[in-house]
Design a binder for this molecule. Structure first.
Ligand code: KG4
Ligand code: ZN
Length: 348
């Protein structure tokens, strides 16, 4: 028997039901069920639909992850579950399930922060995270720049979006270009055939006046509107919309701002590790541009493989494993699901 604890993680904060099993920094088993297809025709996640899908997927997803790892619930040493932030009803399903499993198997439970889990998942690919690090978390629900001094104790927010999340902007622009939901991967694909320098779209919160108040904040709503106006103007004139060029130019604007601010945060805090997570971290241009710009300042960029960037159970297990190793006390069995869980709290 290994002395390194076996930690199971459960994720249900949005539309993915995920279970992962981790020992140390090694992912032993994982399973994911997504309700994304059920939300597609609405162009965004419908909370009630997501909650019901979690309820139906929870038990089979758990069983598949255990089978893949070749273990049973009795072998697990601790259970971690996303306690927030996220959709209240969706979180509740995972938290209730985790409590049931913890109670039945008499295991400690850790109600953890979803954003901290997006940071922790990188350890499954690249090993222990050098601290301090700057984390850029970009997904459909969040866009944040964080200072990570000690992941087990909490992370410090440096900036966040003041309107749309980065992934939300990808999804909305994809919709107006007639691309399917979720739009990120489709924009990424279309952009490869387009010219990112063909249209100059606005870079939100990068003006001289934003340096004082919004240096590390993001804004994507003006960009989304600019793309909409540009497309409308072509359509009004009966011109063909160059979808690939619009996708590439929009993507360039987002990636330019994200990487410029992330690198500026690293330099400002004297940090030489940048970890990128969340669904948008799967973006091919974001990865290339981040590495290109970071290299100039000797900053190492860590981006986990795309499957680990989007919501999954392994990220929760990775954070749980980190917390257990750091000797952090578990949560109480009556821990609440907290849809607005603050970044400064890693464990509920
Ligand atoms: O982390 P995630 O799976 O769920 C949330 O917590 O939101 O992120 C989903 C988001 C969606 O908005 C999706 O369009 C975006 O990540 N996304 C991408 C790419 N793959 C997924 N955005 C840009 N480029 C991609 N390749
Ligand atoms: Zn997420």
């Amino acid at each position: 028997m290994s002395s390194v604890p076996l930690v199971l993680g459960i994720e249900t904060s949005c539309d993915e039901t995920g279970v992962g099993i981790v020992r140390g920094h090694t992912l032993l088993g994982e399973s994911l069920a997504s309700s994304v297809d059920e939300h597609a025709r609405f162009g965004g996640v419908v909370p009630e639909v997501a909650s019901r899908a979690h309820l139906e997927a929870m038990v089979p997803t758990m069983q598949r992850a255990l089978d893949q790892a070749g273990v049973t619930l009795a072998d697990i040493d601790a259970i971690a579950v996303t306690a927030g932030p996220g959709l209240a009803g969706a979180l509740l399903v995972g938290v209730a399930a985790a409590k049931g499993y913890a109670l039945a198997a008499e295991k400690p439970i850790y109600g953890v922060n979803h954003l901290a889990a997006h940071v922790a998942v990188d350890t499954l690919e690249h090993g222990p995270l050098p601290e301090p690090a700057i984390a850029l978390l970009v997904s459909g629900g969040h866009s944040s720049l964080l200072l990570v001094e000690d992941l087990a104790r909490g992370v410090q927010p440096l900036g966040a979006t003041i309107d749309d999340a980065a992934g939300e902007a990808f999804d909305k622009v994809a919709r107006l270009l007639g691309l399917p939901f979720p739009g990120g991967p489709w924009i990424d694909k279309a952009a490869r055939e387009g010219d990112g320098a063909s249209i100059t779209f606005p870079r939100g919160l990068t003006g001289p006046r934003d340096q004082a108040e919004h240096r590390f904040d993001f804004s994507f709503s003006g960009l989304k509107t600019a793309v909409a106006r540009w497309v409308e103007a072509r359509e009004r004139d009966g011109e063909r919309v160059p979808v690939n060029d619009v996708a590439a130019s929009f993507q360039e604007a987002v990636c330019d701002v994200l990487t410029a601010k992330a690198i500026a945060a690293c330099r400002d805090r004297g940090v030489d590790t940048l970890v990128i997570g969340g669904g948008v971290a799967a973006n091919s241009r974001l990865r290339v541009l981040a590495e290109e710009r970071a290299a100039k300042y000797g900053i190492a960029v860590r981006v986990p493989r795309p499957k680990l960037c989007t919501d999954n159970g392994a990220m929760v297990a990775a954070l749980g494993s980190h917390l257990v190793a750091a000797g952090v006390a578990p949560s109480r069995l009556d821990l609440p699901a907290d849809s607005a869980m603050p970044l400064t709290s890693v464990v509920a």
